[in-house]
Design a protein around this ligand. Structure first.
Ligand code: DNO
Length: 375
């Protein structure tokens, strides 16, 4: 696996590339152009400037997270063809820079959602958390204002201002919308862009819905093994794959992550790895990466990635806010760097453990052969 960090660009990130370069094992970043509204074509020069800046820092630009999908595509409105054309033009510009991965999501209206962006844990670290009771009674505008107030002055990734200005209209458009409508519109989008992926050599990595259930009454479809299997088979092209986000999928206890990793195998193009700690029902906190700190068994997760010989791009997902750092919620430097070291440590242990087992196995065979000859 290729370890990266998410970087939002100088203007939008408190973590400079030169610090990312110092995290052992991190060779690259994934980034985006956060100021470009969903649906617009990304200018080639801006992608190039970004790429040059990353390379000048001694890193490589491994992927784009995210090129957001315009709401008209998700809704299947007549304008979608124009936005799909723009998406393909953006893909061409990205590919021209040698970047071969695009992460995207297909969540109606919102990207990821939390009820708190700075919940204080027992050790005084601050984390993102989700409390179903709060979400059920909250209205989306109020929740947005609350989230922005906790965002330390940063914009929230995936919550583009132009989309949020028309929130009420969007909710009306999604009235009566079913999961099947979303599946159909996702298929339409993928069928239209896959030939371009093939032409430009770009892999599409669909991010799961975060959290993996309906929020504010809006349907979500990238939530479980069964639904992911359905969407992968409805567009059965190797270019169409997943961002396997352990934190998003892991928020639902029903999801058996190692089994899903083994099942989806080479359709996983990108991995976001982090832990969650279940509280009750749908309530969870984003914990530190270690298995001992959360509810997910990170050893089993890394082992599953190793079992499928995962060679794709990985990043630690969110981290806690620790050591007095002030950064975009989830995207400080320190805890993500700790996460990187832990994941790479697990990977090395799994790899060497397998070699060791193979060595013992060979020796045991030799020993048994010797024993049988002696008899
Ligand atoms: C949150 C991220 C998401 C992710 C998008 C992918 O921190 O994991 O915003 O980038 O859902 O399109």
């Amino acid at each position: 696996m290729k370890m990266t960090l998410r970087w939002f660009g100088d203007e939008h990130d408190s973590v400079p590339l030169k610090y990312i370069r110092q995290i052992p094992g991190v060779k690259g970043v994934v980034t985006s152009l956060p100021d470009i509204p969903a649906g617009d074509v990304w200018p080639a020069e801006e992608i190039r400037a970004n790429n040059e800046q990353v390379e000048a820092a001694g890193l490589s630009l491994e992927g784009i997270e995210s090129v957001n999908v315009h709401e008209d595509i998700k809704l299947g409105r007549p304008d979608r063809d124009r936005y799909i054309e723009n998406y393909i033009r953006t893909m061409a510009h990205i590919s021209n820079e040698g970047i071969r991965l695009i992460c995207y999501n297909f969540m109606p209206v919102f990207d990821w959602t939390r009820s708190d962006l700075a919940k204080v844990l027992e050790d005084n670290s601050r984390v993102l958390s989700y409390e179903a009771g709060i979400m059920e009674t909250a209205n989306p505008m109020g929740m947005l204002a609350h989230m922005e107030s906790k965002a330390e002055g940063f914009s929230l990734p995936g919550w583009e201002p132009e989309r949020l200005k028309v929130l009420k209209e969007l909710f009306e458009l999604y009235e009566g919308f079913t999961e099947d409508d979303l599946f159909r519109n996702l298929k339409y989008f993928l069928d239209a862009i896959i030939p371009a992926c093939d032409k430009y050599g770009v892999k599409m990595a669909l991010h799961p819905d975060d959290p993996p259930w309906s929020v504010f009454g809006l349907k979500r479809i990238v939530t479980s093994e069964e639904k992911i299997a359905r969407l992968l088979s409805m567009c059965d092209s190797p270019w169409s794959g997943l961002t396997f986000c352990t934190g998003s999928l892991g928020a639902d206890k029903q999801n058996d992550l190692p089994a899903m990793i083994r099942r989806f195998g080479d359709r996983i193009h990108f991995a976001h790895i982090r832990n969650v700690r279940y509280r009750k029902d749908h309530d969870f906190d984003e914990s530190a990466h270690l298995s001992s700190e959360g509810s997910l068994d990170m050893y089993e997760i890394i082992k599953a990635f190793h079992d499928i010989s995962f060679s794709g791009i990985v990043r630690p997902d969110h981290g806690r806010m620790i050591w007095g750092e002030s950064a975009r919620p989830g995207y400080g430097l320190y805890d993500r760097a700790i996460g990187v070291a832990y994941m790479l440590g697990l990977w090395e242990a799994v790899e060497k453990g397998k070699k060791h087992e193979a060595y013992i196995g060979r020796n045991q065979k030799g020993y048994s052969a010797m024993e049988s000859r002696r008899v």
